[in-house]
Design a binder for this molecule. Structure first.
Ligand SMILES: Cc1ncc(COP(=O)(O)O)c(C=O)c1O
Length: 408
């Protein structure tokens, strides 16, 4: 008895005293994860509409060229550089130049990923307990990235009007800004809504940043994946010098090579302030020096290959999207307008909750899709679908969703 008590005490001590309180998540698999496991064990062929790993959906990468680029002699020299090696930063600057955007390589910091870039920027801008504004709905990793840095998230709304699309609800931005707010995050195009930030929205955001002393953190990882040109969009915020602005992107989407671990931050803003931010980012990046030399030396050759993979992705996502539009036109499902990115959102009839829809689709139809609440949609019932799966898988899964919806 005494021994058991002692064991409980030790367990309590380990769980509550030894680990940081920033870690507040349960590691127990939820109902959904358990069902997926059971299905897989039983040998079910699951049609996965959550698949967002581009290396698993049959794209033709130039394997030899990608791998050969890693074997470069200069990579044998260790040259610690907080911003990253100039050869790689120049390659990133040229990537922007090809898009008609002028970026000084001295304003670029390389990181191991965009996720790491977020963590650097949270360290730079916010103290423990201070806040940043995040769009809602958006990318679910924010919750973890911010909590692990001790930063609070305050959501502002993206508002949907059919068929015009999504726009920033500026009343909600004004309401979300608190005295301890340090930055506004934009994701353009956003995951999963696929909406780009518009030029007139940037103007209003700059005014808010100037008034409240805030920075802009802009995630442009899907920036190369617009479905159609649109003059009203802000193609990129790398040239925005009205506010302190940090634009992030990286190879995980630009080259569909998340495993190569290369991201970056482009800093802009009013002269003076911009330089102070860059020096401080130098210090943070110097503490980690996280990008490997072979990857940095490969950046130029890799970035030159991007058209081939981007063309394949554009073709796949466009085909899946236009097929989805055709299938849902005269159905109880509504496809929300989408401007870019790798995802589409379907609105379902509301006689069931999202949880019920996704569970029943998985249980009865072997179709896996994300519920809207995963991305903090304000209301139900939405399904978020990856547009990356092969056409055969995608079409069969949509046919099963339609059949399920029409049956109820
Ligand atoms: C909007 C957005 N930002 C950032 C990332 C993460 O990118 P990285 O692999 O560079 O960390 C993702 C990944 O899906 C994403 O959707």
């Amino acid at each position: 008895m005494l021994f058991r008590l002692f064991r409980y005490f030790r367990l309590f001590r380990i769980l509550f005293l030894m680990f940081s309180k920033r870690f507040k998540w349960s590691l127990e698999p939820n109902r959904f994860a358990r069902l997926i496991e059971e299905k897989k064990k039983a040998g079910a062929r699951i049609l996965d509409l959550t698949e967002s790993n581009p290396t698993r959906v049959g794209f033709d990468y130039s394997d030899d060229e990608i791998l050969d680029a890693l074997a470069q002699a200069p990579a044998m020299l260790y040259e610690p550089a907080p911003r990253g090696l100039l050869v790689a930063r120049e390659a990133v600057a040229d990537y922007y130049a090809e898009r008609g955007l002028k970026v000084d390589p001295e304003r670029i910091h390389l990181t191991a990923s965009t996720s790491e870039a977020y963590s650097f920027l949270f360290k730079l801008l916010a103290d423990q307990g201070e806040s940043v504004l995040v769009p809602q709905p958006s990318y679910p990793l924010f919750e973890f990235l911010a909590a692990l840095e001790g930063v609070e998230l305050r959501p502002y709304d993206l508002h949907y009007i059919h068929p015009a699309g999504w726009r920033i609800d500026f009343d909600s931005v004004d309401k979300a800004v608190a005295p301890n707010t340090r930055a506004i995050i934009l994701v353009s195009p956003n995951n999963p809504t696929g909406s780009f930030t518009k030029l007139r929205e940037v103007e209003r955001l700059n005014a808010i940043c100037a008034r409240q002393g805030l920075a802009l953190i802009v995630d442009e990882v899907f920036g190369d994946y617009g479905f159609a040109d649109d003059e009203s969009r802000a193609a990129s915020l790398v040239s925005n010098d009205s506010s302190l602005t940090f634009v992030m992107s990286g190879l995980s989407k630009v080259l569909a090579l998340p495993q190569m671990k290369l991201g970056w931050i482009v800093t802009n803003g009013p002269p003076g302030l911009r330089e102070v931010a860059i020096e401080r980012l130098d210090f943070i990046a110097d503490t980690f020096l996280s990008v490997s030399a072979p990857v940095q030396h490969s950046a130029r050759s890799w970035l030159q290959l991007r058209r081939s993979i981007q063309d394949q992705i554009q073709k796949r996502t466009r085909n899946n999207l236009s097929w989805l539009l055709g299938e849902t036109e005269n159905s109880p499902l509504r496809l929300l307008s989408v401007e870019g990115g790798w995802y589409a959102t379907l609105e379902l009839p509301r006689q069931f909750t999202e949880e019920e829809w996704v569970m029943s689709l998985l249980e009865k139809d072997d179709v896996l899709a994300h519920p809207g609440y995963f991305f903090d949609f304000r209301r139900e019932a939405f399904l978020v679908l990856s547009l990356l799966p092969r056409a055969g898988v995608f079409r069969e899964a949509i046919a099963r969703i339609l059949a399920r919806v029409e049956r109820v």
